[in-house]
Write a protein that binds this ligand. Structure first.
Ligand code: SAH
Length: 340
């Protein structure tokens, strides 16, 4: 299989153009070589003028006469020539949005992709339980990230995706929620495209909407909220951003917001938000130990966050929090003016 070739330290002349050559360039790089990609006419010129610039020639595509010339010139310069199959290896990547973590919330398209996977690269979030049954026969690779600690760096994940697909595998990249919501899914799509690897994306149930729902909180409700804004709380906002967030009015949904909750609630208050604005923290939505804490923005800011809150959790700020399920509503009643 081409993906298992070793080109360590070699300069490889890749002869051809367009997608096939892009794919060949990627597998030369993956195999440790330095690709020099030129159309077939250019390859003839290069091999005539300075054959010593390359160690190996890979023929991808071009007219017959160039093919014969390239072979003759390479033979004269004692350069090995190899041919890439016209279609290349048949690997591909499917990015699957796995939902918030419960296997029942993987879409039918996501299940189908998993069932046909040779390799699954999965995260800490997303449906890990029953993965063996959903992807029977697939090699399961944990590239999981925990907050502040990237088990496998993003570039390395992208390299792995491309490498395995170029080796001929159907690679499923299983991500928590939806791949395009704070999931770096688009970077992975770009990496595949740059390497000429076919890539498709299966959308997923995003925690931004589903996790508040798990606590009985709708992100919109006629008469209460007609918009919802989803933000990453990974780093706190600046004053202008707090003013905008407060100004939009509707529901504010914060992902990755546990660590910065005190700063963000304080910022919203500085921007003029009512201290009595309801706030909910929903931890481990759809997972064992799901927990909802209902409070207010003022209480959370003054008490320095929500006690013992842990990630993953979604923070919801807005009037819709009043609609939280029975336990949440009771907690709200108890917490007005302070944490329960
Ligand atoms: N792409 C994902 C979000 C990735 S960012 C999506 O669309 O859902 C990771 C953040 O998602 C976590 O910090 C947390 O805020 C949220 N999250 C994901 N799954 C969750 C769950 N089961 N319960 C609570 N929050 C969750």
């Amino acid at each position: 299989m081409l993906g298992q070739l070793e080109f360590d330290g070699l300069t490889v002349l890749v002869v051809g153009a367009a997608a096939a050559a892009r794919r060949a360039r990627a597998w030369v790089e993956v195999a440790g070589g330095t690709p020099l990609v030129v159309p077939s006419a250019g390859a003839v010129t290069l091999l005539t003028a300075s054959p010593d610039r390359v160690d190996l020639v890979v023929w991808v595509q071009g007219p017959r006469r160039h093919h014969d010339q390239v072979r003759r010139l390479a033979r004269g310069a004692r350069l090995p020539v190899t041919t890439a199959p016209a279609a290349g290896p048949r690997g591909r990547v499917t990015l699957v949005g796995g939902g918030p973590g419960h296997p029942d919330l993987v879409t039918v398209a996501g299940r189908d992709a998993l069932a046909l996977a040779d390799v699954v690269l999965h995260d800490r979030l997303g449906p890990r339980e029953r993965l063996g049954a959903l992807a029977p026969g697939a090699e399961l690779v944990d590239v999981g990230k925990t907050p502040g600690h990237h088990a496998v760096p993003q570039r390395e994940i992208e390299r792995l995706l491309v490498e395995r697909a170029l080796g001929g595998a159907h690679v499923v990249r299983l991500k928590g929620g939806d791949p395009f919501v704070f999931g770096r899914g688009s970077e992975e799509v770009q990496a595949c495209r740059a390497a000429g690897v076919p890539v498709t994306v299966v959308p997923g149930v995003t925690s931004a909407v589903a996790v508040p729902g798990a606590a009985g909180i709708p992100v919109t409700h006629r008469g209460l909220s007609r918009s919802f804004t989803v933000v990453s709380g990974h780093v706190p906002f600046d004053e202008e951003e707090y003013a905008h967030l407060r100004g939009v009015g509707g529901t504010l949904v914060i992902l990755m917001g546990v660590a910065t909750l005190t700063q963000v609630t304080a910022g919203l208050l500085r921007a003029g938000m009512d201290a009595c604005m309801p706030l909910a923290l929903v931890e481990r939505g759809f997972l064992p130990g799901q927990r909802t804490t209902v409070s207010t923005v003022g209480a959370v800011a003054s008490r320095g966050g929500v006690p013992a809150a842990t990630s993953p959790a979604v923070v919801v700020v807005g009037e819709v929090v009043r609609l939280a399920g029975a336990d949440g509503a009771a907690a709200l009643a108890a917490s007005v003016g302070g944490l329960p």
